[in-house]
Ligand binder design. Structure first.
Ligand SMILES: *[C@@H]1O[C@H](CO)[C@@H](O)[C@H](O)[C@H]1NC(C)=O
Ligand SMILES: [Cu+2]
Length: 187
C-alpha cells in the first residue's frame, strides 16, 4: 500500500517537475468569498508553465480580465469566462494576469486575483547539464592512451640482438668513413 502510494506520487510528481508547478488558488479555501487572494499570492512565485487551479461551486465563476476591469470589478469585457469548476489555467506568458468572480458583489468583496508571472527561470536548467557533461569526457581519455602506447612500444623491442649489434657497429665505422671520404674529396 505504501509502495503503491509512493509509485503514484512519483507518477504525479515527475510531469509536474517538467511542465511547471500547480497552484491551488486559495489553497483549501478554494475560489470563494471571504478569502484575501492578495495575501494568498504573497511569497509565491508564479512561473511561465505553472498552472492555477480554481476550485469553486456553481455560485462562482472565473473571469479573465484586464487591469482596469480588475480594479473596477467589471466583467462586461471579460477576456475569458469559466464556470463549472474546477478550472485549470496554464500561465503561458510572463506578466500580470487578472481574475475576478463576475457574480454580483463577489469581486467588490475581495474575490479577485492578481498573479504576476515571471519567465521560466534559469535555476531549474543548470542542475541537468552537470550530470551529463562528466560522463561524456570520461570516454575519450580511455581511447587515446591505447594508440600512443602502441606507437611508442615498437622502437624499444628489437627482436634480433645480433642484427642490432651489427647495425650499430656499421654506424660506428660507416659514419667516420663517409666523413673521411668527403674530406678527402674536398681536399
Ligand atoms: C489582504 O492582504 C494584503 C497583504 O497581506 C493586505 O495588504 C490587505 O490589506 C489585505 N486586504 C484585506 C481586505 O484584508
Ligand atoms: Cu464568486
Amino acid at each position: 500500500m505504501a509502495l503503491a502510494t509512493a509509485f503514484l506520487i512519483l507518477l504525479v510528481a515527475a510531469p509536474a517537475a517538467v511542465y511547471g508547478a500547480s497552484h491551488t488558488v486559495g489553497d483549501t479555501n478554494g475560489w470563494t468569498t471571504g478569502v484575501n487572494y492578495t495575501a494568498w499570492t504573497s511569497g509565491k512565485t508564479f512561473t511561465v508553465g505553472d498552472t492555477l487551479v480554481f476550485n469553486y461551486d456553481s455560485s462562482h465563476k472565473v473571469d479573465v480580465v484586464n487591469q482596469a476591469d480588475y480594479s473596477s470589478c467589471s466583467s462586461s469585457n471579460s477576456i475569458k469566462s469559466y464556470d463549472n469548476g474546477p478550472t485549470t489555467i496554464t500561465l503561458d506568458t510572463a506578466g500580470s494576469n487578472y481574475y475576478i468572480c463576475p457574480t454580483p458583489g463577489h469581486c467588490t468583496n475581495g474575490m479577485k486575483l492578481l498573479v504576476n508571472v515571471v519567465a521560466a527561470g534559469t535555476p531549474a536548467t543548470p542542475t541537468t547539464p552537470p550530470t551529463t557533461s562528466p560522463t561524456t569526457p570520461a570516454t575519450p581519455p580511455t581511447t587515446t592512451p591505447t594508440t600512443p602506447a602502441n606507437n611508442g612500444s615498437p622502437p624499444p623491442p628489437p627482436p634480433p640482438p645480433n642484427g642490432a649489434a651489427r647495425s650499430s657497429y656499421m654506424n660506428l665505422v660507416g659514419v667516420p668513413l663517409v666523413l673521411a671520404t668527403l674530406i678527402a674529396l674536398m681536399g
